[in-house]
Structure formats: structure tokens, C-alpha cells
Design a protein around this ligand. Structure first.
Ligand SMILES: [Cu+2]
Length: 127
């Protein structure tokens, strides 16, 4: 293989792009999605359940009620339950239905939610 300047340039641009994508998605994943406050005063977030939770990091404020609307779009039994042990909540998620899970986060911190086997995991960041 012969190296020419335009080939090296293409490689560098490609490498830069990969670095940017990794950095971008890493940053988005770390920051998470902030739940929107709806008219009822709830901090609401839709969570898609399909091969995992999307989004899997949700940011909320302490002291305000939260409503997570889980929508399961798969039939794998793995995800039929979602557990939020920190808030003593769990819910059965029938396929294709929107299941609201409501709770009041009192303390700041990071709290996990997961399927009953702990294979799918998500995180709630309370600020
Ligand atoms: Cu599971």
C-alpha cells in the first residue's frame, strides 16, 4: 500500500469523526434526559422498553412527583417487569401498553431501575 497525503488526510478525518461520535454519545449518556414538567406538576418521561431502556439515564428534581411512562415494545419475558427498589415500586408491563409509574423522589442521588432479573438497567438521577 502506498501512502499519499490525501489518503492520510482521509484517515485522519475518519479517525476524528469516530472520536467525535464516541465523545458525543458518551456525553449524552452521562448527562441523561431531563424529565419535562407537565401541567399536572409531574416530571414526566416516556421510557421505551425494547432491548433495554431508552432513555436509560433520566434526570429529575428532588421533591417533585415523577411519572415514568413505560412503553414495552417487545415480547421477550425479560422485560415484562420493571422494578424501582429505591422507591418501592414495580410494575407489570404488558406489550404495547403505556404503564405509568409514579413516585416522589425525596433524596438526591442516583437510583437504579431494572427488569426483574437485572439484565436491563436504567438510572434515575435526582438533583
Ligand atoms: Cu430481564
Amino acid at each position: 500500500m502506498t501512502w499519499t497525503w490525501d489518503r492520510i488526510l482521509v484517515d485522519l478525518v475518519g479517525l476524528g469523526l469516530i472520536c467525535f461520535i464516541v465523545w458525543f454519545f458518551w456525553l449524552v449518556r452521562t448527562k441523561g434526559v431531563r424529565a419535562a414538567v407537565t401541567s399536572g406538576g409531574y416530571q414526566e418521561q416516556m421510557v421505551l422498553v425494547k432491548g433495554g431502556y431508552t432513555p436509560d439515564v433520566i434526570v429529575v428534581e428532588a421533591g417533585k412527583p415523577v411519572r415514568l411512562n413505560f412503553v414495552r415494545q417487545e415480547s421477550a419475558s425479560c422485560s415484562e417487569m420493571v422494578l424501582l427498589p429505591a422507591f418501592n415500586k414495580s410494575a407489570h408491563l404488558p406489550e404495547g401498553q403505556t404503564v405509568p409509574v409514579e413516585f416522589l423522589p425525596k433524596d438526591r442521588g442516583e437510583f437504579e431501575f431494572a427488569c426483574q432479573m437485572g439484565m436491563f438497567r436504567g438510572k434515575l438521577i435526582v438533583e
